[in-house]
Design a protein around this ligand. Sequence first.
Ligand code: SF4
Length: 342
Amino acid sequence: MQNILDLTLDELKAKLVDLGESSFRAKQILDWVYKGVFDFSNMNNIPIKTRETLKSNFYIGVPSLIHEYQSKDGTIKILLQFGDGNIIESVIMKYKHGYSICVSTQVGCRMGCKFCASTLEGIVRNLTAGEILSQILVAQKLIQNRISNVVLMGSGEPLDNYDHVLKFLELVNAEYGLNISHRHITLSTCGIVPKILDLANRKLQLTLAISLHAYNDEKRKAIMPVANKYSINELLEACKYYVSVTGRRITFEYALVNGVNDSEEDAVALAKLLRGMLCHINLIPVNEIKENDFKKSPEERISKFMNIIKKSGIEVTVRREMGSDINAACGQLRRSYIKTQN
Ligand code: SF4
């Protein structure tokens, strides 16, 4: 059985022809699916015989919505369960310009960043392109509205699931589907250098967000194992290449952890490191999780840090904390839900 959401229009056409069906049905079927109809029986412009063929060859791989947590600030966190029992989480955020969703790309994660709850049990499996896409379809059905921005920043390292993520980027952008422009998509990575270089060569108009979190290798290694494989120097060279080929500004994510990477010296060194690059720094007060001792930096330390960066001429913002009353930190909700089920 094939998940129909993993297929492009042309791929579905070819499969239908192999099954003795007309290729023009492919568009009709995908129109239903992308409209939120997840049952072949309800596609009433498709002949009953064709619907039977569909049922015996394909399934519509949307996960079940098993929990929905609504924050006071309008953020909605959803827990989704796939047919094999695996659970992931996605976050829907409402902004002035519309709805944005943060999707997961893997069940768990193998990258081991010390401040992150998604990686505590390692990786379970990759999500397919259709499974990444399905999070948007379920969310749109829930909010009865269109999602216009996508952030690949939920659980998983997108560049560690590269082929499926590339296919997802093709599907999500397709005119017959969700038609979300790559300019409205942010891909966040902990910094897998060869994949950043490859992505640059594809010249997609994505925003690349790099989880940097430290200004030197020593500090970075202490919180991000990926830094043992790729030095900051190599990472920044890859980022510069990305900017030169795509013309897109890079976002550097910097989680501020009290007493670890939030001193004035850290700010000065960070500004020096990134000066002259087409970039933007996003400071994130770290999400406190009970599995480690990392604490959020106090407000005044955050503003001091921000002002030093600002004065150096680099654009900087502090990420708004959304959904902090609903365990919105990536991976937290899934873990606490699974624990209650055991
Ligand atoms: S921060 Fe991202 S890359 Fe790092 S462990 Fe968590 S999910 Fe994986």
